[in-house]
Design a protein around this ligand. Sequence first.
Ligand SMILES: [Zn+2]
Length: 281
Amino acid sequence: MPELPEVETVANGVNERIRGERIRSVWLSRYKEPFKTPPDPMSEALTGARVDLVHRVGKHIVFDLTRGKTSLHPKTAVQWIVHLGMTGRLLVSAPDVPTPPHTHAVLSLSSGRELRFVDPRRFGRLALHSAPGTEISQPFRGPGHEPLTISAGDFAALFRRRKLSIKAALLNQKLLHGVGNIYADESLFRAGIRPTRVAGRLTRAEFDKLHIALQDILRKAISLGGSSVSDYVDADGVAGFFQLEHRVYLRTGQPCLVCGTPIRRTLLTGRGTHYCPRCQR
Ligand SMILES: [Zn+2]
């Protein structure tokens, strides 16, 4: 499942490729699952709209769109929200490239290219934020705080008096959105904090370390992502992403890269959790 850096990389890649284009026509599949907003109003809102910006909010890819002013309709803004789910991909393709199986949306653009949403397992979701023809009252923010921009003080305050483990708290999308299993394990390792610790009992110094570790690793992963994004959004069938070298994630039994102690794995809220029993206290 794509995590925050992958989603940001895809959003940036799509933005570079289609920003400023107008959506000429829209085709949507007959499957129900991908459409959080029913296909008819979605298609109506997208057709004719201009893509002003594509960006990431949490694990969502947000398309800021405006519809042109006509004699009948004032200029209106709408946001199209794409969640990739487990296997969703966005492809920018020439129209003569065959449409891959499991394509659920095709947006034909003014340049002649197509933006395609492909999702074999159909856990991805497409939605409109705001009804067509109405001004957006509030831009889409998603449920939780943004891990890359939250301040150290606000970060520590999120976990105050929380009785769940710090690992579970990091994964709680209502607190921070976009942090998944890999970056939770890796940031806790870099901060030297045992994932099973009760979140509310961490010291301010530990929160500060975790805040720095989490932002640092997310930024590194985003910067590495730049080189692989063209495969993701230009070509069909290529799902491979860069991988930041994992220090604990999926390294069960292998020696810790710092102290040599075998990495342990445990389950926390049903998620495989990897840590060094010596470096993380
Ligand atoms: Zn260690």
